[in-house]
Design a binder for this molecule. Structure first.
Ligand code: SF4
Ligand code: SF4
Length: 313
């Protein structure tokens, strides 16, 4: 069943799949408690809720015995013009990646049910997750043998790098499990040194200082201290991922038609972004993950990002 699930995941369009035994994430729970205690989550208060469930999938999905983790490469073939305020690569696609991954996870689940019966999943509870608060997806990916968590706190997958979406499916039966891979960061500290806001310390991230948090998660205006450090980023940040030697070695353009980029992201120059109207925003990004940030926040970010971009270039 182990190989069947992994091969089916590839056949429905994921790039990699691994499976881990559902257990309590004891060490991660301690680490996370400390991280939350230090306030590094900033205003992402949802991370404080459901703590027990977040660190034990058997409490989140009763009956869960196995955690299937799937990856989908999103590294784009083309990037934005040099002058444009930067949009993180994960947000390039016309269709929000949550929608794409959920649909593929459903296909995978249906095939597993066809083979092993309806008892394979707990249909009374949500049992598949894409980027959702109650699941520590990167930790599960690591346990499922899909890579290691680098000093930039992202998953690095051998052969793919870190530009991958992660999806999780909880199953109610035991199967074979994958073995975690070794951490290959070694003595490298490039991401820590390159982060413009000093958000990394080699062990964890201070989300409050991270450009991704400041430009997306934080509903208020980007903080004064961070505004001059945005380094041209208007929505999210790929700086620590771009500098990582493993991405230089492994990242390659995805081949997923579902992740076709919004044309305007690839063609708009700085003035196009500066002149963006609410109406244009709503039509251009109607199905995209960018819409989640909201027009007002994006506009504000663009103003800060373009103000200090020259310095970064
Ligand atoms: S995403 Fe950007 S701001 Fe956040 S840790 Fe990486 S380099 Fe720093
Ligand atoms: S830049 Fe270096 S330290 Fe940072 S994640 Fe990549 S290999 Fe690890």
């Amino acid at each position: 069943m182990h190989q069947f699930i992994k091969q089916t995941a590839l056949s429905v369009g994921f790039d990699a799949c691994g499976i881990a035994k559902a257990t309590a994430l004891t060490e991660d729970a301690e680490f996370m408690q400390q991280w939350l205690h230090n306030g590094k989550q900033g205003e992402m208060h949802y991370l404080e809720r459901n703590f027990e469930k977040r660190t034990d999938p058997r409490l989140l999905v009763p009956g869960c015995k196995s955690v299937v983790v799937v990856l989908m490469n999103y590294f784009p073939e083309k990037t934005q013009p040099e002058t444009a305020p930067k949009i993180a690569r994960y947000a390039y696609s016309e269709i929000d990646y949550h929608t794409v991954l959920r649909s593929k996870l459903k296909k995978l689940e249906d095939i597993i049910i066809e083979k092993s019966g309806t008892e394979s999943v707990n249909s009374l509870y949500q049992h598949s997750f894409v980027d959702s608060a109650p699941v520590l997806e990167r930790r599960w990916a690591e346990r499922a043998g899909l890579g290691w968590i680098g000093k930039h706190t992202q998953l690095i997958t051998p052969g793919w790098g870190s530009y991958c979406f992660i999806g999780v499916l909880m199953l109610n039966f035991e199967t074979g499990y994958d073995v975690p891979v070794a951490n290959r960061c070694g003595s490298c500290t490039r991401c820590i040194e390159t982060c413009p806001t000093n958000a990394l310390n080699g062990k964890s991230i201070d989300a409050r200082r991270c450009i991704s948090y400041q430009t997306i998660e934080l509903k208020k205006t980007v903080e004064n201290e961070i505004q001059p450090l945005l380094s041209g980023c208007a929505l999210g940040c790929d700086i620590c991922a771009d500098i990582c030697p493993w991405n230089k070695k492994w990242a390659k353009p995805h081949i997923h038609p579902e992740l076709k980029p919004v044309e305007e992201i690839l063609s708009w120059e700085k003035p196009d972004w500066q002149q963006l109207t609410a109406e244009k925003f709503n039509t251009t990004f109607r199905s995209s993950a960018i819409k989640r940030a909201g027009f007002a926040k994006l506009k504000e970010n663009i103003a800060f990002a373009t103000k200090n971009k020259e310095k970064y270039d």
